[in-house]
Design a protein around this ligand. Structure first.
Ligand SMILES: Nc1ncnc2c1ncn2[C@@H]1O[C@H](COP(=O)(O)OP(=O)(O)O)[C@@H](O)[C@H]1O
Ligand SMILES: C=C(OP(=O)(O)O)C(=O)O
Ligand SMILES: [Ca+2]
Ligand SMILES: [Mn+2]
Length: 653
């Protein structure tokens, strides 16, 4: 220590003296005792690492089982080879496990000898080359890969991995394609309003081959074998093949992580993603309208990503798959957050992007079941994912402490700006995008409920961020109103950034997630109505948006107030409050909520000009009505009465 000369502390002085004594007395012995058990630097490096599953499945203790372990490891490699195989070429790159950079490292020579003749990138000689598979790497290994090879990837001051998603910083719903074949043409929702833009089987195969060829041209690819859905009976096995450690770590965090035993017995996946997002699609390919394409083939159980590195495409792509598979088993898939109180009361939080699912389901006083994707079966609710994907723009430690603290080692931080030296993140900085994100394993939230399952929901909270500022901060809904608002899926955010005052943009997205549903919205709505009725769940509409005027005049409702409102819903106190009915939307609004100024509960009170308020309210009502027109010819479930009630539950003017 350079400061030892000036140390006055008694203990320190004594320490220094002891050291001196040691040095005098047994200098030689000490040196011998500290000598490493290695003859060379390479041997020293070998000592540093213990072998472990799953990347190196053959452990030294496996003598008894070595045959079966060997077999299993071989089968695993065969399964990955099959995933990566070209469907047109007879021969292709040979798939080998491990990091190509480690091929000269002196591990067991027999195991690596063939790596020594491995050529690097050789696109036209694919039959002669190896593609190294980095299989289910750990976060630490993925950090090393990402920092070493991916430009724009750094460690932040709290240990998170900050990276850039490239040109795309959000999803590209217009570039999503779904294969229309003899099965899906009858099963799925097609045409006007549907998110399922069709493509044919052949064009899918062209894109698939393009992705596979690209992946195989690389020295190495990442493979994640993981699960979706915490309900063990309805769990699916997913394989994600990707080119970036960032993608692999993102999915490691977002999907359910298998145990080493589960990895060994993984077998064939139920669904595979080929993420070749660094490579564009060919715009001459039929159905392609840009160089980005996210293609879903439900019959082949495959998804291909070309031309976008935005990681959210993988997460939401798999969500679409669940929106197809789960209803087949009478399970309702939900674009919602979910948490549970100490007494086992479960709440769902529906809402479009930015309305508060993640923020409000992450509640220090409740158990977090999940922030975004759930299933509701006859047994209760289950999270589909193993992690959360929180927005970081303007994130503050005070307002969202649990999310703030989750941003640590292992967390992927997308598109944030940070101090180049200290590496402190500036969450207010929108230089790269407003859609900055953190993806972390759910157990990074201290009160996560593991396993992520719970009983039937008691409250169904519909979140709308109403930038028009006319929806009340909270209303209690009848079942018909809940269904009306669920099918409408309204929110209004402000387009663009903060420069000047912009008109709020009303968005209607059926089931609060039209971009991800595969069947007609009324099919999900019918299931939700049936489940809510059967379980006696109460519906609520919570406006997390503006109060006191539209965007530009009013201001966003304080998160602290919204939390108080949500608390009152959870505790049951709001259920028995005093209510009055609003004009036009016919919403039941409470006259009092503990901790919330009563005057804001009726939005009319907060607007300085009551006429402008009325005009704006009518404007929004018309938007609702126009949007609902497309649903007026459908029946919701088998119940005529409910269908009529739903149609009557919209605004009346
Ligand atoms: N009153 C409010 N209620 C909920 N969120 C709010 C409120 N005011 C501001 N916010 C901010 O809005 C964003 C909500 O986003 P998020 O919870 O990620 O939405 P989602 O998960 O539905 O996409 C967060 O950044 C949160 O801090
Ligand atoms: C990842 C997403 O989810 P959300 O914005 O709802 O959190 C998304 O919609 O792309
Ligand atoms: Ca979402
Ligand atoms: Mn979210």
């Amino acid at each position: 220590m350079p400061t030892s000369g000036s140390i006055k502390n008694e203990n320190s002085v004594r320490k220094i003296e002891t050291q001196k004594k040691e040095n005098k007395g047994c200098h030689e012995n000490k040196d011998i005792a500290l000598t490493v058990k290695a003859q060379t630097i390479d041997e020293l490096h070998l000592l540093q690492k213990k072998k472990s599953a799953p990347t190196t499945p053959k452990g030294s203790e496996a003598t008894l089982f070595s045959f079966s372990e060997d077999e299993r490891s071989k089968q695993q490699l065969q399964s990955i080879s099959a995933s990566l195989a070209s469907l047109t070429r007879e021969s292709g790159p040979k798939v080998v496990k491990g990091d190509p950079d480690k091929r000269f490292e002196g591990r067991r020579v027999s195991h690596v000898s063939h790596h020594r003749i491995t050529p690097t990138i050789a696109v036209s000689d694919s039959a002669l080359k190896f593609t190294h598979v980095l299989y289910n790497l750990s976060p630490a290994e993925l950090y090393e890969q990402a920092i070493k090879y991916e430009k724009g990837t750094f460690m932040t001051s709290t240990g998170a991995l900050a990276t850039l998603s490239g040109a795309k910083t959000g999803r590209s719903p217009r570039d999503k394609r779904v294969v229309k074949d003899h099965v899906t043409q009858n099963e799925l929702w097609w045409g006007k309003g549907s998110p399922n833009i069709e493509m044919d089987e052949h064009s899918f195969m062209v894109n698939r081959e393009r992705a596979v060829d690209y992946l195989n041209s690389l020295d190495k690819v990442f493979v994640n074998d993981q699960f979706l859905n915490w309900d063990p009976e309805n769990r699916i096995k997913v394989r994600i093949v990707s080119t970036r450690a960032y993608h692999s770590l993102f999915m490691h965090n977002m999907c359910i992580r298998p145990t080493p035993e589960e990895v060994k017995n993984f077998g064939t996946p139920d669904f595979t993603i080929y993420n070749a997002g660094q490579f564009p699609c060919n715009r001459y390919t039929h159905y392609m309208t840009s160089s980005t394409s996210i293609d879903l083939n439900l019959t082949r159980k495959e998804m291909v990503i070309l031309g976008t590195q935005y990681a959210g495409e993988m997460k939401k792509g798999l969500f679409s798959v669940m929106h197809y598979l789960m209803p087949k088993s009478q399970i309702l898939s939900l674009h919602s957050g979910c948490n549970m109180g100490k007494d086992g009361d479960v709440a769902l939080f529906f809402g479009l992007s930015g309305t508060g699912k993640t923020t409000l389901s992450t509640d220090h006083n409740r158990y977090l079941i999940g922030d975004d994707e759930h299933c509701w079966s006859d047994k209760g609710v289950s999270n589909i994912e193993g992690g959360c994907y929180a927005k970081c723009i303007d994130l503050s430690r005070e307002k969202e402490p649990d999310i703030w603290n989750a941003i640590k080692f292992g967390t992927v931080l997308e598109n944030v700006v940070f101090d180049e030296h200290i590496r402190e993140v500036d969450y207010a900085d929108k230089s790269v995008t407003e859609n900055t994100r953190a993806a972390y394993p759910i157990e990074y939230i201290p009160n996560a409920k593991l396993p992520c399952v719970g009983p039937h929901p008691k409250n169904v909270i519909l979140l709308a961020c109403d930038a028009f500022g006319v929806l009340p901060p909270v209303s209690k809904l009848s079942l018909a109103q809940t269904m009306y608002h669920f099918i409408s899926g309204y929110t209004a955010l402000v387009a663009g950034t903060e420069q000047g005052i912009k008109e709020p943009q009303a968005t209607f997205s059926a089931c609060f997630g039209a971009a991800f549903i595969m069947l007609h919205p009324t099919q999900y709505a019918a299931m939700l109505a049936e489940k809510m009725q059967k379980q006696g769940a109460t519906g609520w509409l919570v406006n997390t948006g503006w109060s006191g005027g539209s965007y530009g005049c009013g201001s966003r409702i304080k998160l602290a107030y919204t939390r108080k409102i949500i608390d009152a819903i959870h505790s049951g106190s709001l259920l028995n409050a005093e209510y009055k009915k609003t004009e036009i939307f016919g919403l039941e609004i409470p006259t009092e909520v503990e901790g919330v100024p009563s005057e804001i509960l009726d939005p009319m009170n907060t607007w300085p000009d009551k006429n402008v308020y009325k005009e704006t309210l009518l404007k929004l009502a018309r938007l609702f009505k126009n949007n609902f027109e497309t649903f007026t010819n459908y029946k919701i479930g088998k119940d005529n009465k409910l269908t009529e009630d739903i149609l009557a539950a919209g605004p009346i003017f």
